[in-house]
Ligand binder design. Structure first.
Ligand SMILES: [Fe+2]
Ligand SMILES: [Fe+2]
Length: 170
C-alpha cells in the first residue's frame, strides 16, 4: 500500500509525464510544418516514450493499491525559432524532470518505501539517457549552425529513430 503522500506525488508525476508527451508532440507538429520530417519523427517517438513513462507510473499506482487521478494537462508552446531552440527547451525540461524524479526518490526514502525506491531507479537511469541524448543533438546543432546541408543530414539521421516500447507501460 502506498502512503497518501507518495500516491499524491506519483499522480503529479503522471501529469508531468503527460505534459512532457504534449510538449514533444507539439515540437513534432512544428517540425512537420517546416518540412523537417526527421526531427518530427524523433519528437514523435519522444512523445510516445513520455506516454509510456506516464502509463508505467499509472500502472504502478494501481499495483500498489492506489488510485490514479488524471488532472488537466497545461498548455504547451506551439512554435520554436530553430531546431536548436527546440532541443535547448528539451534539455531544460528534462533537467526539470530529473529534479522531480530525485524529489520523488527522496520522498520514498523518507517514507521508508523500498519498493518505490526500486521502481524509481529505472526513472533515475532513464533521465541520465534523456539528458545525454538531448545534449548530443544540441552539440551537433551547434557545430552545424545555419549550414543547410548539415541540417538536412541531421534531419535524415533523426528520421531513423525507431520506437521501443517501455516495459510495464502496456
Ligand atoms: Fe519522461
Ligand atoms: Fe528515453
Amino acid at each position: 500500500m502506498l502512503s497518501e503522500k507518495l500516491e499524491k506525488a506519483l499522480n503529479e508525476q503522471v501529469n508531468a509525464e503527460f505534459w512532457s508527451a504534449y510538449l514533444y508532440l507539439s515540437m513534432s507538429a512544428d517540425f512537420a510544418a517546416k518540412g523537417q520530417a526527421g526531427f518530427a519523427n524523433w519528437m514523435h517517438i519522444q512523445f510516445k516514450e513520455e506516454q509510456d513513462h506516464a502509463i508505467k507510473l499509472f500502472n504502478y499506482i494501481i499495483s500498489r493499491g492506489g488510485r490514479p487521478v488524471l488532472k488537466p494537462i497545461a498548455e504547451v508552446k506551439t512554435t520554436w525559432e530553430t531546431p536548436l531552440a527546440a532541443f535547448e527547451d528539451t534539455l531544460a525540461h528534462e533537467r526539470k524532470v530529473t529534479a522531480m524524479i530525485n524529489d520523488l526518490y527522496a520522498l520514498a526514502l523518507k517514507e521508508n518505501d523500498y519498493a518505490m525506491q526500486s521502481m524509481l531507479r529505472w526513472f533515475v537511469e532513464e533521465q541520465v539517457e534523456e539528458e545525454a541524448t538531448a545534449q548530443g543533438i544540441i552539440d551537433a546543432l551547434r557545430m552545424i549552425k545555419d549550414n543547410g546541408f548539415g541540417i538536412y543530414t541531421l534531419d535524415k539521421e533523426l528520421s531513423t529513430r525507431v520506437y521501443n516500447p517501455v516495459a510495464s507501460a502496456e
